[in-house]
Design a protein around this ligand. Structure first.
Ligand code: KG4
Ligand code: ZN
Length: 339
């Protein structure tokens, strides 16, 4: 079954073709970063307008590049939420319209389910069941995944998401948006031990997170520095990343122990972080567990993960009404469970 995937939930237009027999056929991504950079964050209306400009030409080009025709496509998957309502509506209305025109089924995919399944695009994909750490710009969640659509929330951030904390810390250090990769790059020049940041909520039981204290600590540390030179900025970036990574690692270890599961999947933009990957490789190896993640370009938003999630759902018999429905907020555990 060949499925066209359309991702337009935020500031990236992602288009992909995924085949349930042969895997990923082709994918394309257009990032709107340049459009939003002068505002220091995503401007929803500009995002929607740009998705309108990009989606259809990108679909046409991808079909040509993959050397197929629209008649070869068996289904359409589009992101139906969570995300920016206007941006979601672009992908949803186009996805539904194409499905109607081509007489194929369409499925509205949950963006975080897309992230969660993205490591299945790689060789040696994870098998169910597993614990998933979803760390993006809008979400920080630990989820017990039993099978496709069977998700139970183990814990989540009570305030800022991990990616949001990276973005805000970066902004305080004068780095451009999105801040995660910028902090990671600057931290490479940082010296360990000069600053020590707190590990929020690790001494309390449970699997919830809180990242707003880390943000305030960064703010106060910067305010206390009489000279914010490049080396000081790098040392702060290092200490911030170190605290975020070790907080996430401690909670992942706890989630594996609590569920008794042996596989950990990390997904979402922050899972592209090299130091997080290394820390989790080390922790899982020490506990006879294994960590799975996608290549960096499939950790951040992309069309391939939406095509994959939609293809798995359609193949498993998922059906839904023809209406164009999007959900800017959409709890992951409300998804339809499939065998
Ligand atoms: O999943 P994603 O592309 O979009 C959302 O669904 O939110 O995640 C974007 C987030 C941003 O906050 C960005 O700063 C963060 O992921 N990010 C990173 C890295 N790459 C992206 N954070 C830390 N280290 C990275 N290498
Ligand atoms: Zn995302």
């Amino acid at each position: 079954m060949l499925v066209l995937g359309i991702e337009t939930s935020c500031d990236e237009t992602g288009i992909a073709l995924y085949d349930t027999e042969t895997g990923l056929l082709a994918d394309a991504l257009h990032s709107q970063i340049e459009l939003h950079v002068e505002y220091g964050g995503v401007v929803p209306e500009l995002a929607s307008r740009d998705h309108i400009r990009k989606t259809l030409p990108m679909i046409r080009q991808l079909i040509a590049e993959a050397n197929i025709t629209s008649q070869d496509i068996d289904g359409i998957a589009y992101t139906a939420g969570p995300g920016l309502i206007g941006a979601l509506l672009v992908g949803a209305s186009l996805g539904r319209a194409l499905a109607m025109a081509w007489n194929v089924p369409a499925v509205g995919v949950h963006h975080m389910e897309g992230h969660l399944l993205a490591p299945m695009l790689e060789d040696n994909p994870p098998e169910f069941p597993f614990v998933a750490l979803l760390v993006s710009g809008g979400h920080t969640q630990l989820v017990e995944v039993q099978s496709l659509g069977d998700y139970s929330l183990l814990g989540e951030s009570l305030d800022d998401a991990a990616g949001e904390a990276f973005d805000k810390a970066a902004k305080m250090l004068g780095l451009p948006y999105p801040g995660g990769p910028q902090i990671a790059k600057l931290a490479q020049q940082g010296v360990a031990g000069r600053f020590t940041f707190p590990r929020p909520m690790v001494n309390r039981p449970g699997l919830d997170f809180s990242f707003s204290g880390l943000k305030t600590f960064t703010k106060n540390t910067i305010a206390d520095c009489s000279n914010l030179d490049e080396q000081t900025k790098a040392d702060i970036a290092f200490a911030f990343e170190d605290a975020a990574v070790s907080t996430l690692t401690i909670k992942c270890k706890r989630a594996l122990k609590q569920t008794g599961l042996k596989r950990l999947v990390i997904a979402g933009g922050v899972s592209a972080n090299q130091r997080l990957r290394e820390a989790l490789e080390k922790m899982t190896a020490a506990h006879q567990c294994k960590v799975f993640y996608a290549r960096p370009e499939f950790c951040t938003d992309n069309g391939a993960m939406i095509a994959l999630a939609g293809a798995l759902r359609l193949k498993a018999g998922h059906v839904e009404p023809l209406e164009v429905k999007v959900r800017p907020r959409w709890p992951l555990d409300e998804l339809q469970k499939l065998a």
